[in-house]
Design a protein. Sequence first.
Length: 264
Amino acid sequence: MPLYSATCPLPKNQMVRRHRAFEPSDIAGLSLWLDATTGLFDATSGGSAVTTDGGSVARWEDQSGNSRHITQATLASQPILKTAIKNGKNIIRFDGTNDILRRSGAFVHDQGAATIFVVVSANSGTGDRLIVEGRTTSTNPLYMPIISGGATLFQMLYRLNNGTIPLNNPNFGTAFNGTGFKLVCALDSGTNFAGFINKVTTNNQNYSRGAVTLDTFSIGGWATTIERDFFPGDVAEVVIYNTALGTSDRQAVENYLYSKWGLA
């Protein structure tokens, strides 16, 4: 019997999937999807779409369906849109001085496991925090799955409420800062943290979780008692899942981002 016929058509969702390209939402567990080619606005509540080169971004909308939008009300701290930067597509530029987008309510660490993908071009700097979950009233609890530190390395920092540090900036590869756009992947199983740069594994390290109370999520810096440790560079796309993806699923997302952004 043929796969499809006029008398016995495929279900609509299967027909659509056969005729379109892969998207991150095709894999279960998508918890955040930020794409610099869409969902950029000039007000924290929405407002007008930002489409002009150099336009300030007050709101970057989550495309996952979970409404985890990130915002910045202060004009001087808003990153800007830069048009046709990578593979003819737009990106978000953070100045490394005070630009940061954030939301109330941490979610990545609380998932128990996560896979985080970022297409990013990082400039060299000191203590640059790209993706951070913290607490607004304390500098102790931290979940920083992607840091581009002064040593030009992909690192991770994890600190509990009592100041204990189960993961203290282990190195996950060197070719991150100052080397153009890269696809960086952090895979956290809840007991092991692994890193990948441009689809190549870099390092992994076992660790133990403990008591950590987090209430903010941010990109471009650390939102704690003050906003600090700002990230200098360009962010094209962020995709986060609520599980440690298996190899085939991880590679599917990597291949999608590689093709879309013209990575080499």
